[in-house]
Design a protein around this ligand. Structure first.
Ligand SMILES: NC(=O)c1ccc[n+]([C@@H]2O[C@H](COP(=O)([O-])OP(=O)(O)OC[C@H]3O[C@@H](n4cnc5c(N)ncnc54)[C@H](O)[C@@H]3O)[C@@H](O)[C@H]2O)c1
Length: 271
């Protein structure tokens, strides 16, 4: 059986683990070759465990086990030149680029009055500038290919708001706005641009001291802590739930869908 993305090439950021790894595997299962990057190293300020080169190499192993090609490098999405160099050389090797998934992001729970300028700036640098950088290095190749699909990872916090995360909420709303603005200008090149908005997802972002940090910030204002409760009897999505949505948006099944903001949150944006 042929997949939905046979012959396509996809560039994915934050591919070492979590949702980025699930996207790499799902798109490869659908027939795509993969260009993968990740910081794969310590991220100061976040309360959860950072990813490693071993994690990125495990993604590579899992994609290769599907008989797809994967090119990878340790690159920070804040480094536009490094990302462009790697993507340009990878596209030259694989022939073309059709799909861009700007997934890399960080999350630092903090009440409004304990949020430091460094927390705010780092969140903006990775979650906003990093996403912009990703589109800026990927989109020219999609123009050359005559079209394609760009998927930006926002959040439930990019539609509503997530309490005790002014910086994260601001960054994910910026991603929603970027989706609309890029979709408008890139449409004439047959490039579709959509965002995905997960609620809670079961990934290593919830590891280390993350739950403790969320519990502590929730205690500062319990009335807000219930926001984002899902309607369905499922507290967390699995990374594969988000990957299924990404694969759909990347495929021709979504050929007339652009500037859309797809929630995979069990209804939590409405609570
Ligand atoms: N986990 C959730 O509950 C949840 C909910 C909504 C949205 N999101 C978003 O989903 C995306 C993926 O998150 P995840 O849950 O897989 O988290 P994760 O921490 O498990 O994975 C994120 C990956 O991105 C990489 N990364 C971070 N900063 C980077 C940088 N500067 N350059 C390159 N790579 C970098 C990390 O090293 C890591 O491997 C993020 O944008 C996140 O904000 C997550």
């Amino acid at each position: 059986m042929t997949g939905k993305l046979e012959g396509k090439v996809a560039f994915i950021t934050g591919a070492a683990r979590g949702q980025g790894r699930a996207h790499a595997i799902k798109l490869a299962q659908e027939g795509a070759d993969i260009i993968a990057i990740d910081l794969a190293g310590p991220i100061p300020l976040v309360p959860y465990d950072s990813s490693s080169m071993e994690d990125l190499q495990e993604t590579v192993r899992l994609v290769e086990a599907l008989d797809r090609r994967i090119l990878f490098e340790q690159v920070d999405v804040r480094d536009l030149d490094a990302m462009r160099g790697f993507v340009d050389s990878s596209v030259a090797e694989l022939g073309h680029l059709d799909i861009v998934v700007a997934n890399a992001g960080i999350c630092i729970p903090a009440t409004w009055n304990e949020t430091t300028p460094e927390m705010f700036q780092t969140t903006m640098d990775i979650n906003v500038t990093g996403v912009w950088n990703t589109v800026m290095v990927g989109a020219p190749h999609l123009v050359t290919a005559g079209g394609g699909s760009i998927i930006l990872t926002s959040s439930y916090a990019g539609k509503k708001m997530q309490p005790f995360m002014v910086h994260y909420t601001a960054s994910k709303h910026a991603v929603t706005g970027m989706t609309r603005a890029f979709a408008a200008e890139l449409g004439k090149h047959s490039i579709r641009v959509n965002s995905v908005h997960p609620g809670a997802v079961n990934t290593p972002m919830g590891s280390g001291d993350m739950i403790e940090a969320i519990t502590r910030t929730n205690a500062s204002n319990p009335a807000l802590a219930v926001m984002g409760t899902p309607f369905l009897p499922v507290y967390s999505a699995e990374a594969e739930d988000i990957a299924n949505a990404v694969a759909f948006l990347a495929s021709d099944d979504a050929r007339l869908i652009t500037s859309e903001h797809l929630s995979i949150d069990a209804g939590s944006q409405y609570f």
